[in-house]
Design a protein around this ligand. Structure first.
Ligand SMILES: Nc1ncnc2c1ncn2[C@@H]1O[C@H](COP(=O)(O)OP(=O)(O)O)[C@@H](O)[C@H]1O
Ligand SMILES: [Mg+2]
Length: 359
């Protein structure tokens, strides 16, 4: 196993810089997820770590050793892509063992390793099939097995589950997590899906436009997003944002926002009149008899374990997630009062988008 470090890594294609000096520290055995919208540079960064793309400037280190000039095959990594190209004319067994055969490992050793990996991934009964005789999920499992069987120092995953349907994606996600818990190999995993990031990662790296916005554990990012980008990206349904200003009213700090006056119960030194964006997650809004702000219900989406209520307050769209089944759901057109739970709001500077409470 290994640590992976990137130091001020920059990548330009021609004269267009797409990665602007990224610093990462992946600890030995850690599962790190790079997440961000399409085009933010996740694959490019991963491919530089793999050695498939040259670094324009900066360094990539494995265990403190600079590997910029080390060929991919000598970096002791295994990569799993979205488009898992299996050899179509080789059986599952041959696909799994191929890299070991190339390495000229002994036949008995190859068989032992292939059997162990097949067992780990539930592929034992499929070993003699061809890829064309497998489902999408099974094929993806073979691709995963091909990476595992090599026992690399580092796993690199690039959106490996994006081609699968939702159910299978969830199941494979659990399998990847269980596999990591068992074998503990340092892993860097790229996805645009924040749910995948939240469920898999020890550390999440939120990227945007070739830069890192925030690095932290899933719950750190959820509870203490450093800016509106991270706050909006992590968590679904998305955090509500209301423009507003901080005021003092009857000796109390309040946030005078687009939907009404809301409590400002955050311990942060800031001047009255400061322009803010008031962030509150849908699950942290609830119905109240008095106080809060008034909203008109537009749509109710019952999902069983929880229900999403879409409402409108003074022209602003508001999403409310109700998780308490004992709460009666309102009807479309109904006027309700909504209030944020104490201490759950985030306040961001209106201009910079930075959280007023430094993370
Ligand atoms: N080979 C390439 N040549 C030119 N531009 C590229 C190349 N590969 C990626 N890019 C650009 O780099 C940026 C980051 O791309 P990518 O790393 O694929 O993003 P992501 O994986 O986050 O969707 C994009 O603007 C993309 O168009
Ligand atoms: Mg990509």
């Amino acid at each position: 196993m290994a640590t992976v470090t990137t130091r001020k890594v920059v990548k330009s294609f021609g004269n267009v810089e797409v990665i602007h000096g990224i610093e990462l520290n992946v600890a030995d055995g850690e599962f790190v997820v790079l997440v961000g919208p399409s085009g933010c540079g996740k694959s490019t960064l991963l491919r530089m770590i793999a050695g498939l793309v040259d670094v324009t400037s900066g360094d990539i280190e494995f265990d403190g050793r600079r590997v910029n000039d080390v060929a991919p095959r000598d970096r002791d990594i295994a990569m799993v892509f979205q488009n898992y190209a299996l050899y179509p004319t080789k059986t599952v067994r041959q696909n799994l063992g191929f890299s070991l055969k190339i390495r000229r490992e002994a036949q008995a050793e190859i068989e032992r390793k292939v059997d162990a990996v097949a067992d780990l991934l539930g592929l034992t009964k499929l070993l003699d099939r061809l890829p064309g005789q497998l489902s999408g999920g099974q094929r993806q499992r073979v691709a995963m097995g091909r990476a595992i069987v090599r026992q690399p120092q580092v796993f690199l995953f690039d959106e490996p589950l994006s081609n699968l349907d939702a159910l299978l994606r969830g199941r494979m996600r659990s399998e990847i997590k269980a596999m990591h818990q068992r074998i503990g190999t340092t892993s860097i995993y790229v996805t645009h899906d924040q749910v995948e990031a939240m469920t898999l990662a020890d550390q999440i790296v939120v990227m945007n436009g070739g830069r890192v916005e925030q690095i932290g554990s899933p719950l750190e990012l959820y509870h203490h997003p450093v800016n509106t980008f991270v706050a909006g990206f992590i968590g679904a349904p998305q955090m509500n944002f209301f423009k507003g200003r901080i005021l003092s009213q009857a000796g109390q700090r309040v946030a005078d926002t687009a939907v009404g006056v809301l409590p400002f119960d955050i311990d942060v030194a800031t001047d009255d009149g400061r322009e803010i964006s008031y962030g509150i997650r849908p699950e942290h809004l609830g119905f109240v008899a008095e106080g809060g702000f008034e909203a008109r219900v537009k749509l109710v989406e019952p999902m069983g374990a929880e229900s999403l209520v879409l409402a409108e307050a003074r022209g602003e769209e508001v999403q409310v997630l109700i998780r308490d089944e004992s709460v009666p759901l309102p009807l479309p057109g109904e006027i309700v009062r909504l209030a944020p739970q104490r201490g759950k709001a985030c306040t961001f500077d209106a201009v910079s988008g930075c959280n007023l409470v430094a993370a």
